[in-house]
Design a protein around this ligand. Structure first.
Ligand SMILES: Nc1ncnc2c1ncn2[C@@H]1O[C@H](COP(=O)(O)OP(=O)(O)OP(=O)(O)O)[C@@H](O)[C@H]1O
Ligand SMILES: Cc1ncc(CO)c(N)n1
Length: 279
């Protein structure tokens, strides 16, 4: 019998296409050596072409899942994905305080990925919920990981270059997260992808060549989950983000076509490596 591994929790929606959402989160956590637990917020009807339906889980059931996981299994870190509605965000903010996820004494780190829209631009969050992410979740977050569309919705800043990315990081940091990671994946014109981490004083830049693939479904989810997994294993935020950045680049490089639309990144690329080595 093996020892109990580190655990992490994702509070996220399901993607029936198995590319993004909690399905991506669990694969990324597994790949990063952590047992992943789930509080499901919504069931989406989704494939490579987009989202055609959403069914919300009642807020009290979302909170009950978090409580059930933390009080029995225990987690070293938690993250959010699609939170769907203002009511679910309020329930999550309350329950994380109750179970010791966030910023209180002895609390475990909380990663807030402010998922607002799918790859195809379909809304994954109600209109009035962005404000609740800002006011109720950001002050509890060790790290917030917005993409450039979410930066625009949250801070009203359109990022076009390194200077506007720094300006956005400052504006978002002022909303409460201890660290902000501004993800540059959506800056399509640029030959490099630059993600910027900011703690209010220091800036870390993670850059690499833009990998030529249209199949980037789930990239943000896997990046936040890999970071959450590293935090659950005891890393600092800058070290956890650095590890997750190395991990996600390989996942994007190994992305694959699936269905007629946008295919997924490959959170389990290490398994392919292991299978190849065994052949
Ligand atoms: N073409 C690419 N080449 C290299 N790295 C990439 C590429 N696309 C994405 N990444 C990496 O993945 C990270 C997350 O991607 P992105 O900014 O698209 O997040 P996202 O929109 O939240 O993702 P999604 O909603 O699909 O889960 C980027 O910050 C970057 O580090
Ligand atoms: C359920 C779900 N969560 C997150 C995303 C964003 O990647 C998505 N497309 N679907």
């Amino acid at each position: 019998m093996a020892e109990t591994p580190p655990r992490a929790l994702t509070i996220a929606g399901s993607d029936s296409g198995g590319a993004a959402g909690l399905e991506a989160d669990l694969r990324a956590m597994t790949a990063c050596g952590v047992h992943g637990c789930v509080a499901v917020t919504a069931v989406t009807v989704q494939n490579s072409l987009g989202v055609s339906g959403v069914h919300l889980v009642p807020p009290e059931t979302v909170a009950a899942q978090v409580r059930a996981v933390v009080t029995d299994i225990g987690v070293g870190a938690a993250k959010t994905g699609m939170l769907a509605s203002r009511e679910i965000i309020d329930a999550v903010a309350d329950v994380v305080d109750e179970v010791g996820i966030g910023r209180g004494p002895g609390a475990v780190p909380f990663v807030v990925d402010p998922v607002a829209a799918s790859m195809a631009g379909e809304q994954l969050l109600a209109d009035d919920a962005m404000e609740a992410i800002r006011t109720r979740l950001f002050p509890r977050a060790a790290l917030a990981t917005p993409n450039l569309d979410e930066v625009r919705l949250l801070a009203g800043i359109t990022v076009t270059d390194a200077e506007t990315a720094r300006e956005a990081a400052r504006a978002l940091h002022a909303m409460g997260p201890r660290y902000v990671l501004v993800k540059g994946g959506h800056l399509r014109g640029s030959p490099e992808v630059i993600d910027l981490l900011f703690d209010g004083e220091q800036t870390w830049e993670f850059s690499g060549p833009r990998i030529d693939t249209p199949h980037v479904h789930g990239a943000g989810d896997a990046l936040a989950s890999a970071t959450c997994a590293a935090l659950a294993r005891g890393a600092t935020v800058p070290d956890a983000v650095a590890a997750a950045e190395r991990y996600i680049r390989r996942a994007v490089a190994e992305s694959y076509p699936l269905g007629a639309g946008v295919g997924p990144v490959s959170p389990l690329w290490a398994i392919d490596d292991a299978l190849r080595a065994r052949e």
